[in-house]
Design a protein around this ligand. Structure first.
Ligand code: DAH
Length: 345
């Protein structure tokens, strides 16, 4: 009996070594025979009670080696079959078939417009300053000469952080002016692109989040004429070399004098008429000479330095440029909407 058992072991090992496992059927048969729940190796193990004590250890080792051999053989054969199958799959590929419509992603229209404006200002020496979206009351309002009782501070307009009367989501990128002026010395020439938040009812025309680009130029002897020339350059770059601008007197707490800039779109086309409500002029940005109070609040000598600032809303330009009628589309990230911009950089 004992010799029989050892003989069987040898036979099994030989069988394993010589097994032809070149297709998945024979592989499966082999698996059942040596590795499945009812495999023959386990049956053999039961024979241990018939093995004399002094050979039990040797017997155990040999049976284990059958298992190991079988596993090795199985794994090798399996990977070989898989390799062959994937080779075959590649060979079966129809290389002349038209490629599928892979969607490779696209830039968001807001980013496209933002990058374009950044590029225009960088060319004349402005550098990008990026700052926090969670601001404090001082940088967003007080430093910017916005009185305590100004309606913009009202809970209606501003998102305050929970349990806080000082921390808020910035309502404009003008807060970056205060951040930069308190940490850098003039000359200062920055643009600050970024997201801003206002507690407004969401509709096709307005949203509780949107984007702005802030501009700030501080140096000795900076004049209103410098600002006008800079903004004219910007308008011609963005709207074309023939573009005319006009500055309308306006009011912002942080600038004196303040203005709003319109660009001339004309009244020739229906789109221009619609966009400008029939006037031909499209409002593009707010601007002005930095109020001396703002300079002083931020520790800059207003006797020595002067400067101008401006703030441009991005969404409106993007909507106008790509004929988007509902601002909410810009925030939903619906791929059917975004895909339309895949050919634009
Ligand atoms: N912060 C203003 C707003 O959100 C925009 C603005 C106007 C910014 C005039 C300026 C400026 O820097 O000078 O409506």
């Amino acid at each position: 009996m004992t010799t029989d058992v050892f003989g069987i072991i040898e036979e099994m090992l030989a069988d394993i070594k010589s097994a032809d496992l070149s297709d998945s059927d024979s592989l499966e048969q082999f698996r059942r025979k040596y590795l499945g729940t009812k495999n023959q190796v386990n049956v053999l193990f039961k024979e241990i009670r018939n093995v004399p004590n002094e050979r039990k250890k040797e017997f155990g080792q040999q049976v284990n080696s059958i298992k190991l051999e079988a596993e090795l053989k199985f794994n090798q054969a399996k990977s070989e079959i898989e390799r062959e199958e994937s080779k075959k799959a590649v060979n079966d590929l129809d290389m002349s078939a038209p490629a599928g419509n892979e969607f490779v992603g696209s830039r968001h229209p807001v980013s496209i417009v933002m990058n374009r404006l950044i590029e225009v200002f960088e060319r004349i020496g402005f550098t990008v300053a990026e700052e926090r979206e969670i601001e404090d009351d001082w940088h967003n309002f007080s430093a910017m000469n916005t009185p305590e009782d100004h309606p913009a501070r009202d809970m209606q307009d501003t998102f305050y952080l929970k349990n806080s009367v000082t921390n808020l989501l910035r309502t404009h990128t003008s807060s970056v002016q205060a951040r930069v002026m308190t940490t850098q010395k003039p000359p200062i020439r920055i643009i600050a692109p970024g997201r801003v938040y206002r507690n407004e009812t969401i509709s096709a025309r307005s949203h509780c989040q949107f984007h702005q680009i802030e501009g700030l130029y501080i140096d000795e002897n900076v004049s209103f004429a410098d600002m006008k020339q800079t903004l004219l350059y910007f308008a011609k770059e963005v709207y074309g070399p023939q573009t005319d601008i006009r500055l309308r007197p306006s009011y912002f707490p942080f600038t004196e004098p303040s203005a709003e800039m319109d660009v001339w779109m004309g009244t020739d086309t229906e789109t221009a008429k619609k966009l400008t409500k029939g006037t031909g002029w499209l409002e593009v940005l707010g601007c002005g000479m930095v109020d001396p109070n703002v300079l002083e609040n931020c520790g800059i000598d207003s006797e020595k330095y002067s400067g101008f600032a401006f703030g441009i809303g991005i969404e409106r330009s993007a909507m106008q440029k790509y004929d988007i009628s509902d601002i909410r589309l810009l925030f939903e990230n619906d791929s059917r909407f975004l895909k339309q911009f895949s050919s634009v950089i």
